[in-house]
Design a protein around this ligand. Structure first.
Ligand SMILES: [Zn+2]
Length: 487
């Protein structure tokens, strides 16, 4: 009964069969899922993509999960302008050097040359810096904890929807603090917010740690990152948090009068997560049948597919409507009562869109006062009594969220290897998919040597205690570093 009907036209399931194999053609698979699940589409301006309603709804759910956490940690939202005067960007030397190659400039407006070119914001530390210098006077004004949701533009040569686009959506938090210690605590707090969001809401386990200096944000004292592992063995930087120290405070003259009556510079932070994390979500959980979404960010958490055959059609449809009504307070539910496509077509259509749970109801099920629950992955098809459907769906969604995390965690754990000699390190990075864990003396030359020899980069410095020696120079290791090839 739950199998596609034999009379179903061949093209009915064609859109699913066309998805390339995830394990064999990972890049093509990714693009196909993005397009066929109607998450995004290409646009005639290079580097720009259109996010379609289904994809945008996932992004909105991600925003909600993050925004709730930002508010719970004392932050409020504001909105800053898209344009940044050229002179702002030039004020912090490392910042301008780091961003110069990817900034888009507006030089004409209203038919005239502008007296000062305007940058289309690549990030807004400078805009916030300018305003914080106006707003902050006293230690009583601190801390200032502001976030904004916005678009930014970085001139990219390649385009991959969500992962690398010229214009992208993100959030950027910008905070100002009385002391350097407070700024450091804030940067770490937000890193942990990102880790919790990735692991709890997206079911994506991450490694969290500090960026080596070579990889830190232009203008930062320290940068912190969460890194997720993709199925092709490459790391994806999924969120970053920066302690900017007093670098931007000095550049923008953000001072306050402290309680000891002396004037001091504030310390600032910034932190951001973009829709790139949505790209990570697609890659980590998807399979050969398409997208797989954790319930927390699934636009549709449960889809009801009635099997409308025989004399009981009207009863089955009525019962399905009643189930949809009962479920709507606890789950985002869709009743698929289309009559122009077969149940089998619907099954593969919703599977491709990653809906976590399918509920089937046919005449025989109705006779037995039961429905069939089918999770999107992992088997576990089971019948549950009609009367207990809300509890069963609620439980199944929680289980599904957890099962996705455990599956991804098992993959991550099995794709971390340790190396203790230079040969081991080089071989591990060349042959092994995933993270390679190394001791490091902290020297830039050793890092550079490994980077050149392997084509991989140090993704983060871990907090864990270190033993042994640096595999390059042989002196005592001071840090544990995770290397990987990266997006
Ligand atoms: Zn060394």
């Amino acid at each position: 009964m739950s199998q596609p009907s034999a009379a179903q036209p061949a093209e009915d399931r064609g859109h699913v069969r066309e998805i390339p194999s995830k394990s064999q053609q990972f890049g093509d698979w990714y693009t196909a899922v993005v397009l066929k699940a109607e998450l995004a589409d290409y646009y005639p301006v290079r580097g720009c993509t259109v996010i379609r309603p289904y994809g945008y709804t996932i992004w909105e759910l991600m925003q909600q999960g993050l925004d709730r956490r930002f508010k719970a940690t004392g932050h409020t939202n504001a909105y800053f302008p898209l344009f940044i005067p050229q002179s702002f960007l030039q004020r912090e030397a490392q910042h301008v050097e780091g961003f110069a190659p990817e900034v888009a400039w507006v030089t004409r407006g209203g038919g005239e040359e502008l007296s000062e070119p305007l940058a289309v914001r690549p990030t807004s530390e400078t805009a916030f810096g300018h305003m914080y210098a106006r707003w902050i006077r006293s230690y009583r004004d601190l801390p200032v904890l502001i976030n904004q949701w916005c678009n930014v533009v970085r001139w990219e040569k390649a385009t991959r929807p969500f992962l690398r686009t010229m214009e992208f959506l993100w959030q950027e938090g910008h905070t100002a603090h009385r002391t350097g210690d407070e700024a450091e605590a804030e940067a770490l707090r937000m890193l942990d917010v990102y880790r919790d969001f990735a692991e709890t809401d997206l079911s994506i386990p991450v490694l969290a740690g500090r960026k080596p200096d070579s990889e830190k944000f232009p203008g930062a004292l320290h940068s912190y990152t969460i890194e997720a592992l993709m199925p092709d063995g490459q790391a994806l930087q999924a969120g970053t948090s920066h302690n900017l120290g007093q670098n931007f405070a000095r550049a923008f003259n953000i001072k306050f009068l402290d309680s000891d009556n002396t004037e001091k510079y504030v310390s600032t932070t910034s932190w951001g997560v973009s829709w790139r994390m949505l790209g990570g979500l697609i890659m980590v959980h998807g399979d050969d049948r398409g997208l797989v979404l954790p319930p927390t960010v699934a636009p549709i958490q449960a889809v009801i597919v009635p099997i409308l055959t025989g004399k009981a059609q009207a009863d089955v449809l009525a019962a399905s409507r009643s189930i949809a009504e009962r479920l709507s307070p606890i789950a985002r539910t869709r009743l698929d009562d289309r009559t122009e496509v077969t149940p089998g077509w619907k099954f593969s259509d919703w599977e491709m869109r990653g809906v976590p749970l399918r509920i089937e109801l046919g005449p025989r099920d109705l006779g037995q006062r039961q429905v069939i629950l089918v999770p999107r992955v992992g088997g576990g098809r089971r019948s549950v009594p009609l009367d207990g459907v809300t509890d069963a769906v609620s439980g199944a969604l929680q289980e599904f969220q957890q099962a996705l995390f455990l599956q991804a965690k098992a993959y991550l754990d099995s794709h971390i290897v340790s190396a203790s000699t230079r040969e081991e390190a080089v071989a591990a990075i060349a042959e092994h998919k995933g993270f390679v864990r190394l001791g490091w003396c902290g020297g830039a030359a050793c890092e550079e040597a490994l980077r050149n020899e392997t084509g991989a980069s140090p993704r983060l410095i871990s907090e864990e205690s270190v033993e042994g020696t640096c595999p390059v120079c042989g002196s005592a290791a001071r840090h544990v570093v995770y290397y990987a090839r990266a997006y």
